[in-house]
Design a protein around this ligand. Structure first.
Ligand code: GCB
Length: 640
């Protein structure tokens, strides 16, 4: 349905994407539906469209706003009383035709939810809810001949199944990456009903799995957009300094549509007087390569971004792209050829002043403003891909980013569907963000336990697969993972997880002073690494309730937390291979694992800032450390 008849390549891509999405969905998470689907008549569901980048830079209209919603814990809107998919499900968005007809739902009379937004923070009864909520919006649209239309979702947690005017568009799994459906052929002039069933139930085989230390916010958490394109359009592109020859920008543009192989594309960077027209190969991919010597480099102190246009005769896409190189030399990270120490902080995707999912540019700027106030130049966006506005704000504000996927703790290493889901989420993240200068590190995993045979078990096979996947997609970034370590003797900690062999930068989480001894234990520790590679201490810290003061010996006080940061700073200065730090964490965040009444109340309190935006003593402790580091080792490009 989604491509014109002669576009066999596009159609087969769309079908393939649909099959992959459904295969992952059935195997990984939606097993009940998979069984039932097998018995239902095989409807042709087109599935997710091949990923389109930079939606904001295109001809787009927003579908954000107040959507009708129905909470459906038993999935009554999808299954009949025999637990088979119901052909008359709520996706039909029906009203009784007369006073005799029985219809037991009514979107028009149902409560409103904000999109984007998690549902948990919008209705008290949804705070802990995990299950299905149905969303419905209506929009008017007519499409001129030769134009195409896509519905694009920035993200929905975890599984989203969409219908337009009662026809299924497809399904996507993964709570933090974008997806879209083409609706061109489904569109007649008039008012359309768009229904989305979002299900945030946790499943052992999913990514993340059932166990995590953050809130499982459900819903359509990111923006929804209608994107109109010409019949052949620019779907994807990448432009980066060539790591092997940084005097050149190299990249490619991918077209989609019946004239993909015949459509010339012009790349313009007006401020640098650059313009290049390229023609695609038979697959619709055009290779780009031009002299970059006129481009000023992007760095934290000078986050130079260029307006870039990618244009065909039928459309112009606008982006803002920065150019810089990244490399490692021994235990150093090099930005634009010079060593840089990453003075960072970890953060979850929660709003700065409220306990809800963040999604806006304002949210992003406030949080990154705090990173800057700390004296930082780096943020670890834990533990899943954050929204696109965050990456764009980091580009503008000059904050280097560690981006990661939710391969967290003990996921199912031996399950091929789990691997497929991790690869899919990694691929969607890299595709979305590979034009962002701020992104320096792709992380494939957090605190995953070594196998009994750490060099050859299922976990390392899985993670090596992810490393190869991300390297194949992007050779301009550094690859990392937050590892665990082990003690050899009482005072020596060694980082020798064999995964380190395939990483560029070693991440390590440690909780000396919180889960591991007293804060002073850090004074006697010696760190060893089996790798001659840069080390980022990707987590350390401890909890404090903002406003709780007392002896520094007492847990939960601000003084205790500040003491951890003091002892950590002293220890970190002694680690020769250290190239960065991103302690845990910028702000208190919701977690179902943290019930302690009066202290935690379902918040992880390791924030330097409370859930209401108040700074704790440890904020100033870390700030002191970072300002000293910055004075001793100014960033490349900084005025000295
Ligand atoms: C960790 C995890 C992080 C937790 C943190 C904690 O090691 O990576 O997700 O929230 O510890 O507070 O225990």
């Amino acid at each position: 349905m989604t491509f014109s008849v002669d576009d066999t390549r596009g159609a087969s891509l769309a079908r393939r994407a649909g099959r992959v999405a459904r295969a992952i969905a059935c195997a990984a998470v939606f097993c009940g539906a998979a069984t039932a689907d097998a018995q239902a008549p095989a409807a042709a569901v087109p599935g997710v469209a091949p990923q389109m980048v930079n939606v904001a830079g295109r001809s787009a209209t927003t579908l954000n706003g107040r959507w009708r919603s129905i909470i459906d814990p038993y999935e009554t809107g999808y299954y009949n009383y025999r637990r088979r998919p119901d052909a008359n499900g709520w996706f039909r968005d029906r009203k009784p035709a007369n006073a005799q007809e029985l219809i037991e739902y009514d979107f028009d009379q149902s409560p409103l939810l904000n999109v984007p937004g998690d549902w948990n923070s919008q209705q008290a009864e949804l705070l802990f809810y995990e299950g299905t909520v149905w969303y419905r919006t209506r929009f008017e649209r007519a499409l001129a001949p030769g134009r195409r239309l896509f519905v694009h979702f920035g993200g929905a947690n975890y599984q989203a199944r969409a219908w337009m005017d009662g026809n299924e568009l497809g399904m996507h799994e993964g709570g933090f990456t974008p997806f879209g459906f083409e609706v061109t052929d489904a569109l007649e002039a008039g008012t359309h009903s768009l229904v989305v069933k979002v299900d945030n139930q946790r499943h052992p085989e999913a990514v993340p799995t059932v166990n995590s230390d953050w809130w499982n916010y459900g819903g359509i958490t990111r923006e929804v957009t209608l994107v109109e394109t010409p019949s052949t359009f620019v779907r994807d592109y990448t432009l980066q300094l060539d790591p092997a020859d940084p005097r050149r920008v190299r990249g490619w543009v991918q077209l989609d549509g019946p004239d993909s192989a015949r459509t010339a594309v012009t790349i313009r960077i007006p401020r640098a007087g650059l313009s290049q027209t390229v023609t695609p190969d038979a697959s619709g991919r055009a290779v780009v390569s031009f002299d970059a010597r006129r481009l000023a480099r992007w760095s934290p102190d000078h986050p130079n971004l260029y307006d870039v246009e990618i244009a065909t005769a039928a459309e112009t896409i606008r982006d803002r792209i920065g150019f810089r190189t990244l490399a490692v030399r021994g235990t150093q990270i090099l930005l634009n050829g010079e060593p840089i120490f990453l003075r960072g902080i970890s953060m979850h995707e929660e709003s700065p002043y409220e306990a809800r999912r963040a999604y806006s540019t304002d949210d992003a700027r406030t949080s990154l403003g705090w990173v800057k106030e700390l004296g930082g130049n780096f943020v670890r966006l834990a533990h899943y891909p954050h929204n696109e506005a965050m990456l764009r704000a980091a580009d503008e504000m000059g904050v280097i980013v560690w981006a990661e996927i939710p391969v967290y703790w003990t996921i199912q290493w031996e399950n091929p569907a789990t691997l497929a889901s991790a690869r899919q989420q990694l691929g969607e993240m890299v595709t979305r963000d590979r034009n962002r200068a701020s992104v320096a590190l792709w992380s494939v995993a957090n605190e995953t336990p070594r196998d009994a045979n750490p060099a050859a078990g299922p976990r390392i096979t899985f993670l090596r697969n992810l490393v190869a996947h991300v390297r194949g997609m992007d050779n301009t970034r550094l690859i990392t993972a937050a590892l665990e370590h082990r003690y050899v003797g009482r005072d020596t900690i060694v980082i020798d997880d064999p995964l380190g062999e395939v990483l560029d930068v070693i991440g390590n989480n440690e909780y000396l002073g919180w889960y591991d001894g007293s804060p002073e234990k850090a004074d006697s520790i010696t760190w060893r690494s089996a790798f001659n590679k840069p080390l980022v201490m990707s987590e350390f810290g401890g909890d404090a309730l903002q406003g709780l003061h007392g002896p520094a010996a007492n847990r939960w006080t601000e003084e205790y937390q500040a003491r951890i940061y003091q002892r950590q700073a002293a220890m970190l200065r002694r680690i020769p291979m250290l190239a960065g730090t991103s302690p845990w964490i910028l702000k208190d965040f919701r977690s179902p694992r943290r019930p302690l009444p009066g202290i935690q109340d379902y918040f992880n309190r390791k924030g330097l800032i409370s859930d209401r935006g108040e700074r704790k003593l440890a904020f100033y402790e870390l700030q002191r450390f970072y300002l000293e580091l910055r004075a001793a080792h100014p960033d490349p490009g900084a005025e000295r």
